[in-house]
Design a binder for this molecule. Sequence first.
Ligand code: ADP
Length: 584
Amino acid sequence: MRRRILINYVVTLILSALITGALAFYFIESSYLDSKEEKLKTNINLIEGILQDNYKSKTKVNFFRLAQDLSLKTNSRVTFIGIDGWPIADSINNSIIFDDHSYTPEFRNAIKGDRAVVKKYSEEIGKKYSYLSIPPIKVGDRDVILRLGDSYDEVDHIVEEFVRYLVVATFIGILFAITISYVSVKEIVKPIKELTIASRQISEGEFDKKINVHTNDEIEELSVSFNQMATRLKETINQLKDANADLDAILSSINDGIIALDKENNITLVNEGVKKILDIDIKGMVGQNIIDALRDIECIGQIEEGVNSPDDFYTEIKIEGADTKYVSLATYPIMKDARSNIKNGQLLIIRDITSIVKAENMRKNFVANVSHELRTPLTSIIGFVETLRIKKLDEKNKEKVLDIIELETEKLKKLINELLILSKIESIKEVRDLSKVHIVDDVYEVLKLLEPQIKSNNIDFELNIEDKLNPINGDKDLFRRILINLVENSIKYNNTGGYIKVNISNYQKGIKLVVEDNGIGIPEEDLPSIFERFYRVDKSRSINREGTGLGLAIVKHIVLYFGGSIEVDSKLGQGSRFTVKLPN
Ligand code: ADP
């Protein structure tokens, strides 16, 4: 820009120097020639007077001397030409090759009586001349035409000088122009430079950039508009950012995986849910084709089928892994706008349905388990009732059979009781029945109840209970159930001569209950499942240890209902420790 302005300056200067030079040259030449013409006219009148006064009646005239005399007086070239056109004498050249002058314009003018100045190049002398002739007059005994000439060759010299000065002046002018233009261009370019820098910064996201230009011209107007534009841009971008942040917040708070696709199945949007459900890195997914982006996913076949299906698509997929997952996949079309029928892309919704599928499986298993657990004692009871009816048994054997029937009925009753407790706790949706209860007395009563069992198994028992035990937010009967089930298990899964330690202390505002034994322990791989309904660790080790597999499930449900937590530490062959924390 600076160079362009400089070139413009210099070109303008050269052009104006040329035009000024040409005009000046024309003016100088024409005024110079005018003055020459005036001089010729004055001189010729003077000479004409002299000749008429002094030479009209002279008989012998030396024309050469006369021409030279007159030339000295007038400082002009003086030529006498006969009326036949042949020159008689010339002041500057007395040995000139005299030519016929009858064809020359000045001669013809003279003959015609026309006193006009003729400008021409003199071949004999090699210079430019202005000539003026007068009609024939009598000089001595001859009729002659007087011609006066004045060289204007020096006009060329003057022009030459003029051009030299003009070139020097132009050169100095160019130097001035460069200096002035450098300074002024710097001033002009400064605000433009500022604008350029500011627009670059804005394009890099610095919308607070403002330009302060006070040039009082279009550049100031431009900078004002520029500042307004930057403010608007900032507002618009902030609005867009807010809208985007809202959308981001909404999308990331949705647990389902959401992927939006354009018409070419390229990803235009993806949320955190996809990362959580499919366990993949979603960074850089936007812009990629869905199939490329998810090619490592096990269910890519179904995803491909879904996104390529012409209608809404739904399928459920099992993803094998450390934790087997179940996900549902659904696709919905994205319309161009609310009213149109034109499909602009589609939405892929991925939902983690593991808990739903597991609950469903659990429900199926539960029914199967309950049926199985009920059928076993029932079959046995039916069998023994048949025996009683058909076989003629003596009193002793009859008693034995009736004892077995009673035992099986007890088992059945226990199972049904536990099922009832479980379903009762599960059906409680609210915790409004809970209240602050002190459980010290209940602890002693439960342990008194269990004492015979402990003693008959020859087990050492130790109870530690904090003096001022905090109350808990719960229900006395349900608390008793927790303690009974845990201590009964410690008796059941203990060895003769083993020990059980029950420790109850204050924990935060509630209590901590620890039931510990050095019994048979639980294998590590079974630990995560022991709180599930009907889960029993390896039935073979439970021979002689009657159970329903519902005890710990009941404990866990009560603890959760109380808002507490339960943990188990156990080593096979070394014993188990159950820790229950119950809040106030
Ligand atoms: P069960 O009626 O079989 O005792 P539970 O739900 O009470 O059912 O217990 C689930 C399983 O956990 C039991 O089958 C048993 O193998 C194991 N278990 C529970 N408590 C203990 C314990 N104190 N020591 C060792 N194993 C235990």
